[in-house]
Write a protein that binds this ligand. Structure first.
Ligand SMILES: Nc1ncnc2c1ncn2[C@@H]1O[C@H](COP(=O)(O)OP(=O)(O)OP(=O)(O)O)[C@@H](O)[C@H]1O
Ligand SMILES: [Mg+2]
Length: 478
């Protein structure tokens, strides 16, 4: 978990922060003034920092400038009360991660912590390339096939230039890892790296998230907001899933690439920005262009350098290396003994086509480790698990699932018929959520970290759900 530093002169606020963040299993340090905060950052590893604007002595904004020079990648969140918001907004222009208006609510704080930790991991944790499967680097590009060697070479060639790069490849082929490797090997590696996932953000918010807005630009725009592109000035912005970007925003990105400037929503003046763009998509952009859903001119502008990541089925010789890598990585992360895999088990894995590519293989092995606590993974274990995976993905109505679905449908129908509760929908969802949580916790012997990994959600999200639904399961370890 993360090391978080809080700097605020209000002891009550520091105390409540400490309480919340300790429940989340973060290590929290809190200090009453900027001077001691700066010293602390100089001497200790900090993953994330909150700082108040109004402080005795050096104020939070001046302190941010100093801290940003010491460690440009440390995400700093400025806490502001009424009257100092404008300066906090200015700080985001200079690279502060975000600002929070006081008084804040806990879910908002937790959300921003999650985002900042992810952003820090993106920028800080190095993506190793072409390393041994025993590496303990948290992120690595694994594979020695000729196709992967080509990818490493391209990264080496393109990274140091300022060229716009378009990374294409099926889902799960490693586009995000490659984008991070490009950034880390670039001249801008000490400058910000911001990620925008064009699918994860609703269309209505994407434009303001990217370009920011002026006060009064639309109803609800109470303050000016600096967009991600402006925040990434001198750095790199990764536009993930660009194939899904709405048409009107595509035009604005085209303008950014042509004119190297943006306009905030409701703003009148173009603002010059110097950002390098890395974009990725699992869609076939040539096809999208011919269908008219992607602008041709933007496609050519983005495609200055194109990196195509091979699907795993075209580099099956890498399956063995990847398998050893993931077994050792997950056994370390989840604290489960790795009994390895037999050569027949490996052969069977290499025969499968992996339509979900490396991500599918990784998830498969994560589950194999959790469910198969006995000995080495053998051909039979692999065949059984793969059969189940194949059936459940290609024909969702195999006998077992069909029966289960019938039973559940019957139960829902009964509830719909008999319940008089006004919140029926919420109750039904709650019922299923509890079942899923209980079952996953049972499988993982109550270990929260493993359960979060199994469900592919973050640990804070899992903990807040356990808390919300009051799930009582004894934890063996946490
Ligand atoms: N060559 C590789 N070596 C090790 N791990 C890899 C490799 N390629 C992908 N992965 C892992 O597989 C998972 C999926 O990778 P990533 O998120 O980069 O895929 P993607 O191409 O961005 O997929 P999508 O289009 O679905 O977003 C991640 O956990 C990543 O760490
Ligand atoms: Mg991706």
């Amino acid at each position: 978990m993360a090391v978080i530093l809080i700097v605020d002169d209000d002891p009550q606020l520091r105390q409540s922060f400490e309480k919340i963040l300790k429940i989340e299993k973060h290590t929290v340090y809190s200090l009453p003034n900027a001077e001691s905060g700066i010293d602390f950052v100089k001497q200790n590893r900090v993953d994330l920092m909150f700082i108040d604007v109004r402080l005795p002595g050096i104020n939070g904004i001046e302190a941010f400038d100093i801290i940003h020079r010491i460690d440009s990648k440390l995400p700093v969140i400025i806490m502001t009360a009424f009257g100092t918001t404008e300066t906090a907004i200015e700080a985001t222009k200079k690279g502060a991660f975000d600002y929070l208006l006081k008084p804040f609510d806990i879910p908002e704080v937790l959300k921003i912590i999650d985002q900042a930790i992810q952003a820090a991991r993106f920028g800080r944790s190095k993506v190793e390339m072409d390393v041994s499967p025993e590496t303990d680097a948290p992120d690595a590009l694994i594979g020695r096939s000729i196709l992967m060697q080509e990818v490493y070479k391209s990264i080496g060639r393109v990274a140091p230039t300022d060229a716009t790069v378009l990374i294409q490849g099926e889902s799960g082929t490693g586009k995000e890892l490659v984008a991070r490797a490009l950034y880390q090997h670039s001249k801008r590696s000490e400058k910000p790296f911001l990620v925008i996932n064009c699918v994860a953000i609703p269309d209505t918010l994407l434009e303001s998230e990217l370009f920011g807005y002026e006060k009064g630009a639309f109803t609800g725009a109470i303050n000016r907001r600096i967009g991600k592109i402006e925040q990434a000035h001198h750095g790199t912005i990764f536009l993930d899933e660009i194939g899904d970007m709405p048409f009107n925003i595509q035009s604005k990105i085209l303008r950014l690439l042509q004119e190297r400037s943006i306009e905030r929503l409701g703003g009148r003046l173009p603002i010059p920005v110097d950002v390098r763009i890395i974009a990725a998509t699992n869609r076939n952009l040539e096809e999208a262009v011919s269908l008219g859903s992607f602008r041709e001119d933007l496609y050519y502008r983005l495609n200055v350098v194109s990196l195509r990541l091979p699907p795993l089925r075209d580099r099956k010789e890498d399956v063995t290396l990847l398998t050893h890598y993931f077994l050792s990585k997950y056994s370390r992360e989840m604290n489960i003994q790795n009994h390895g895999i037999t050569s027949n088990g490996l052969k069977t894995l290499a025969q499968y086509d992996w339509p979900g590519n490396v991500r599918e293989l990784a998830n498969f092995l994560k589950k194999a480790l959790i469910f198969n606590r006995g000995g080495q993974l053998d051909q039979d274990d692999v065949i059984q698990a793969l059969d189940y995976q194949r059936n459940s993905s290609s024909q969702p109505n195999v006998i077992n699932e069909e029966n289960t679905e019938k039973i559940i449908t019957q139960w829902i129908r009964n509830q719909l018929r008999t319940s008089k509760d006004e919140n029926l929908f919420d109750l039904l969802i709650e019922h299923f959520t509890k079942m899923v949580l209980r079952e996953s916790l049972m499988i993982c012997n109550g270990n929260r970290t493993q359960t979060a990994k199994l469900l592919c959600i973050s640990r804070p999200t899992l903990l807040s759900k356990i808390d919300k639904y009051n799930i009582q399961i004894e934890a063996s370890v946490s």
